[in-house]
Ligand binder design. Structure first.
Ligand SMILES: [Zn+2]
Ligand SMILES: [Zn+2]
Length: 312
């Protein structure tokens, strides 16, 4: 029996034990040798695989056919059901939906292997296919200058502002050709053009008092000037929308009060936000190389790999 890699040897070993509900323990593990034995000391099961230098293939040298021990009590989880094994099993699922939830991964392993793995194990196992598909944390920062450079070249009106900080080594000397990421802001031309059509949330206007000081003003009386779009209560001029004092005379005059609603509140106006089209975006192989210094992430912000992972 030969295998192409050490990982393949371990995978087959794990698969066999998970299916049978038996446990093994790794003995010696080196770049050229794998030794395993049963967790039960009274059991004779032994395993030994080694690399053949000439063919660079792994060969099983010693294998007792079956365990002489009986399978241990069925437990919820299996010790040999590790994150590498799970990663392989869920690769296609994560590829289809990278935001797949951890409970779905747990359910998948339950139906495929009959074991209920822990939340942490499932979470850890999901990280590997995600990294294989989308690159890891450091790689993303490394790729950033080239991506932003390409967007600047290919997308008309693209705006980016990138802030980095000098990088120092442990001796306090500045490292050349590398900078540390601080923050980045970017936006696309259609977003800039569409922004002016967004519905204003806060409107502040300078309002001038228009009341004749000789007139006594009681709380119940409000002067409305429809033509100037003014009302004593100030809502009309501030919100650019008729207040109740405007609606009342409109009704009296058989006048449509809706004509006093500013156009920024209309759907036609707001839909202008989506008027502009985004530019075409060529495949990564067409992006030019970027000469800028390489960006290193700030390790302070890396997700904590220890402790219980939070639900995603
Ligand atoms: Zn055994
Ligand atoms: Zn009013």
């Amino acid at each position: 029996m030969t295998f192409d890699s050490k990982e393949e040897v371990q995978y087959v070993l794990n698969m066999h034990h998970i299916k049978k509900g038996l446990y093994y323990r790794m003995g010696k593990l080196s770049p050229t040798l794998i030794v395993a034995r049963c967790v039960n000391d009274e059991c004779d099961w032994r395993y030994r695989a080694t690399i053949i230098i000439r063919s660079q293939k792994w060969e099983v040298r010693k294998l007792s056919d079956e365990h002489s021990c009986s399978s241990p009590v069925i437990s919820q989880d299996h010790v040999n059901l590790g994150s590498v094994y799970i990663s392989k099993s869920i690769l296609a699922l994560v590829e289809r939906d990278p935001s797949i939830s951890i409970p779905i991964i747990i359910a998948h392993i339950k139906s495929a292997e009959r074991y209920t793995i822990s939340y942490r194990k499932a979470w850890m196992a999901k990280q590997k296919p995600i990294e294989d598909l989308h690159g890891n944390w450091e790689q993303s920062y490394h790729d950033l200058p080239k991506l932003l450079n390409a967007m600047t070249i290919f997308l008309n009106g693209f705006f980016v502002e990138k802030q980095t900080r000098p990088l120092y080594n442990q001796q306090g000397e500045m490292v050349h050709d590398y900078v540390q990421f601080h923050r980045v802001f970017w936006t696309f031309k259609p977003c800039i053009d569409g922004f002016k059509y967004c519905k204003p949330i806060i409107q502040v206007f300078l309002v001038q008092e228009t009341i004749n000081p000789r007139e006594r003003r009681s709380t119940g009386n409000f002067t409305v000037r429809l033509y100037d779009k003014l009302c004593d209560c100030m809502k009309f001029q501030k919100l650019h929308m008729p207040c109740s004092h405007v609606v009342a005379p409109c009704k009296h005059l058989h006048h449509n009060y809706k004509s006093y609603i500013n156009q920024v509140y209309t759907l036609e106006y707001v839909s202008n936000v989506y008027n502009e089209l985004f530019g075409e975006w060529p495949n990564e192989s067409y992006w030019p190389d970027c000469e800028e210094p390489q960006i290193i992430p700030n390790s302070k912000y890396i997700r904590n790999k220890k402790g219980r992972p939070k639900s995603s």
